[in-house]
Design a protein around this ligand. Structure first.
Ligand code: IMP
Ligand code: MG
Length: 205
């Protein structure tokens, strides 16, 4: 699903947003209902493509946790309501590369013991984080690695990397909410919103 570069999103007053963030956001760009609907379809495509293979689902924390949990719930629902089902185990890894709204050059990896199969991620901007993780995963010689990212940013800074499954393609703006953060703030916001320039100053480290 492509969200146009000139899309201004929805007025904040049309949705429920925590009081403590009202002044910090320009608009709601992807309401949580739409995120869920798109995730449901991604789950169906993944289960179809996995053809009964065991899935080790790897969540990339922290930004990927909401998307991961919702995606797993949809896969579970498919598993318990159809004739075919795919066995599912989960694992978690933590990556850190961002300070303020800029990528730092290092990608820090913490945790993860059974690295393989399906990787669930929040957002791909330059693609550098994902390329680093894939290199690491391939050292474990998994049978197959598929990457699911809820968002891919349209940006000239992209390395050209494309995940296997994409929820939404989004404009080159800093987005927060649905577990995406700015210096750890805004993970407690349900909708994906455009962060205001004022807020970038306010929460700067
Ligand atoms: P990449 O390595 O440039 O692809 O950056 C991906 C990582 O940067 C994501 O996992 C996020 O942690 C962070 N990131 C990039 N763009 C955004 C954004 O718009 N909002 C929040 N985090 C972002
Ligand atoms: Mg972050």
């Amino acid at each position: 699903v492509s969200i146009a570069d000139d899309s201004e999103g929805h007025d904040l007053s049309l949705f429920c947003v925590p009081k403590h963030y009202e002044e910090d956001l320009d608009s709601v760009i992807i309401p949580s209902g739409l995120i869920k609907d798109r995730t449901e379809r991604l789950a169906r495509d993944i289960v179809r493509d996995m053809g009964g293979h065991h899935i080790v689902a790897l969540c990339v924390l922290k930004g990927g946790y909401k998307f991961f949990a919702d995606l797993m719930d949809f896969i579970k629902t498919l598993n318990q309501n159809s004739d075919k089902s795919v066995p599912l185990t989960v694992d978690f890894i933590r990556l850190k590369s961002y300070s303020n709204d800029q990528s730092t050059n290092s990608v820090k990896v913490i945790g993860g013991d059974e690295l393989s199969a399906l990787t669930g991620k929040d957002i791909v901007e330059t693609g550098r984080t994902m390329e680093t993780l894939l290199k690491l995963l391939n050292e474990c010689h998994p049978k197959m690695v598929k990457v699911v990212s809820l968002l891919v940013k349209r940006t000239p800074r992209s390395s050209g990397y494309r995940p296997d499954y994409i929820g939404f393609e989004v404009p080159d703006k800093f987005l927060v909410g649905y577990a995406l953060d700015y210096n750890e703030y805004f993970r407690d916001l349900s909708h994906i919103c455009i962060l205001s320039d004022r807020a970038k100053e306010k929460y700067k480290v």
